[in-house]
Design a protein around this ligand. Sequence first.
Ligand SMILES: N[C@@H](CCC(=O)N[C@@H](CS)C(=O)NCC(=O)O)C(=O)O
Length: 201
Amino acid sequence: MYTVYGQAISGNCYKLKLCLSQLRLPFRWVELDILAGATHTPEFLIMNPNGQVPVLGIDAETYLPESNAGLCYLADGTHLFPSEKLPRARVLQWLFWEQNSHEPWVAGARFILKMAGGGPEHQARLAICHKRGVEALDRLELRLGLYPFLTGDSYTIADLALYAYTHVADEGGFDMKRYPAIRTWLDRVAAQPDHVKMLEA
Ligand SMILES: N[C@@H](CCC(=O)N[C@@H](CS)C(=O)NCC(=O)O)C(=O)O
């Protein structure tokens, strides 16, 4: 059985939970407190030298950090990750974009407001997250105005990955009323079979 080392409030960790649930794979969840330093203990750093969750435990000795690497591993050979060259590369395109251009800002703003207290010392960083996050959401809106899912007509791990932080972007201070195509897509993703909510047990 797989093990997810994660923190339930984290969108990156939610990606693995959602993927495992949608593939109907049994898993065990080990809850870790990031702010208490649980990802920087010597034991954890053996699993992920980068000191971050999530980590996917594949067996007693095999650990896979990086949320989107975990998605590719779990979904390989399933309907959530196409095997043909170009459709597969399109999924990877959105997974890389998520980590480079979306997650740092959209999740970053949420972290500041929801977990770090949002105090004056965070305001300069928050402003950057909002500026860059709006740019990312504008691009997502453009794409989702053209296609039902990110890579075209089918739901894939690209949608799953982008859903994780976009559906809670309002908690980072983003005004989601500006994004009708994103909101329709969020409903479409939430209606997929075996969808689970972020904080659902
Ligand atoms: N690129 C990583 C990012 C993971 C990440 O940012 N994890 C955060 C929680 S969402 C974390 O563990 N932070 C603790 C730290 O950096 O010390 C992934 O996609 O898995």
